[in-house]
Design a protein. Structure first.
Ligand code: PLP
Length: 428
């Protein structure tokens, strides 16, 4: 396998793009080597500019849950294109997608579409503040909620990949209302409420996917919600990654908790830029034009994105691949453990629905601190060995692997073989 064309593009891209990329994790900084440049993808396969084919476990960090270029999604996009690209006025499909989304979340009467997960979350924080009249927000260490100023502290994802505590350029004032708690540690949340009486809410990834996959333990989420109710503070559940991934709708329902405000993105745009935030009527009615919380967007509710989202969610509902996801993830977990054991490598595998990843560490991984114990050098070796054996996975220890419903038995067998070779590479 050679990567000559990727290497050439990486050099060429440096001139007018920052680090030759438009999102940091694509630079492969934490695994070293030359990032891959992609030419095309179809189904479960992604092909780089050198003509190498891979089974895709990145899926554009989640959106491509049906695999690439599903024929029904493609048909819907082509049909929408014929009517024009954007109008700056409302369309029928926005109402249709809103109904599909609201019907899938018990606590959601109304939704507002935006253009990214970042926008969804920053709008949700504004809404929580508008509704409660309080300014402070608690976030959990290792959770990533997009790159808005207020949340670029103790964030996972690309920041964890690059070992950055936060970001330069974020003024102190922008994070002065952000409080940090530890995932799976309700006491650390309570400690903030004991000190402050102006907390609007707590934002959380219900299954964390940006420090690797980390699950809420026991009744953590339920207890958190019950506690917040006693404090009149809102629970903001960031389902940008988990929405429609582990069931049709959100992870909330599976975990027995209902958000006050839910944030969505990724899957609901079917591969196009869409985010959304939604809540029950009394909260959403704060949003302009009904209420005094302003939020807007030139391309929000974009017709092509709405068409892709509707087609993706309709097909997803029909396929109902969630049991298959569980079975495939369980099988991958077993293979990862078996092969690690065979080659004498310590790993912890965390998974939920169609999200899974191995940490190169011992014991358990239930929070960011434990995730950071993972041996990232071993991960880098493992990563490149998988790539060279035809598996494309996120180039970071702190990102989830994503499964699509298109994965075949042949894909799984190839993945299992590659995992064996990659575990062997880790010890050599
Ligand atoms: N929230 C979560 C949980 C995410 O995983 C991400 C992105 O990975 C975001 C928010 C930000 O979404 P976007 O990259 O679309 O701005």
């Amino acid at each position: 396998m050679d990567f000559k064309n990727s290497e050439k593009l990486y050099k060429k891209g440096q001139k007018h793009l920052v680090g030759a990329v438009n999102s940091p994790v694509r630079a492969f900084a934490s695994v070293g080597g030359n990032p891959l440049f992609i030419k095309k993808a179809k189904g479960t396969k992604i092909t780089d500019v050198d003509g190498n084919d891979y089974i895709d476990l990145v899926l554009s960090y989640g959106p491509m849950i049906l695999g690439h270029r599903h024929k029904k999604v493609e048909k819907a996009i082509k049909k929408a294109l014929k009517n024009g690209y954007t109008f700056g006025a409302s369309t029928k499909n926005e109402i249709k997608l809103a109904k599909i989304v609201c019907d899938a979340f018990p606590g959601m009467d109304k939704v507002r579409f935006v253009n990214s997960g970042t926008e969804a979350v920053l709008s949700a924080l504004r809404l929580a503040r508008a509704y409660t009249g309080n300014d402070k927000i608690i976030k959990f260490s290792g959770c990533y909620h997009g790159h808005s100023d207020a949340l670029l502290v103790a964030a996972g994802s690309g920041l964890a990949t690059l070992s950055l505590p936060g970001s330069k350029g974020v003024p102190e004032g922008a994070v002065k209302n952000t409080l940090i708690a530890n995932y799976n540690d309700l006491e650390s949340v309570k400690a903030h409420f004991e000190k402050h009486d102006d907390i609007a809410g707590v934002i959380i990834e219900p299954i964390a996917g940006n420090m690797g996959v980390v699950l809420p333990q026991g009744n953590f989420l339920k207890d958190l919600k019950t506690y917040l109710e006693t404090k009149n503070a809102l629970l903001i559940v960031d389902e940008v990654m988990t929405g429609f991934r582990s069931k049709f709708g959100g992870a909330q329902e599976l975990l027995g908790v209902e958000a006050d405000i839910t944030c969505l993105g990724k899957v609901i745009g079917g591969g196009f830029p869409v985010g959304a935030y939604g809540a029950r009527n009394e909260i959403m009615e704060m949003v302009s034009p009904l209420g005094a919380m302003y939020q807007a967007g030139t391309l929000s509710g974009n017709p092509i994105a709405m068409a892709a989202g509707i087609a993706t969610l309709t097909e997803l509902k029909k396929q109902n691949p969630y049991q298959k996801f569980d079975e495939v993830a369980a099988r991958l977990e077993q293979v990862l453990k078996e092969k690690a054991n065979k080659h004498g490598v310590d790993i912890v595998v965390n998974r939920f629905g169609s999200m899974i990843n191995p940490f190169f560490t011992k014991g358990v991984v239930t929070n960011f601190e434990e995730a950071q114990q993972s041996d990232t050098k071993k991960f880098a070796t493992f990563f490149w060995a998988l790539v060279k054996n035809g598996i494309f996975l996120p180039p970071s220890q702190f990102e989830a692997w994503f499964l699509s419903s298109a994965l075949s038995e042949k894909d799984l067998q190839k993945t299992e073989k590659a995992i064996d070779l990659a575990m062997e590479a880790v010890v050599n």
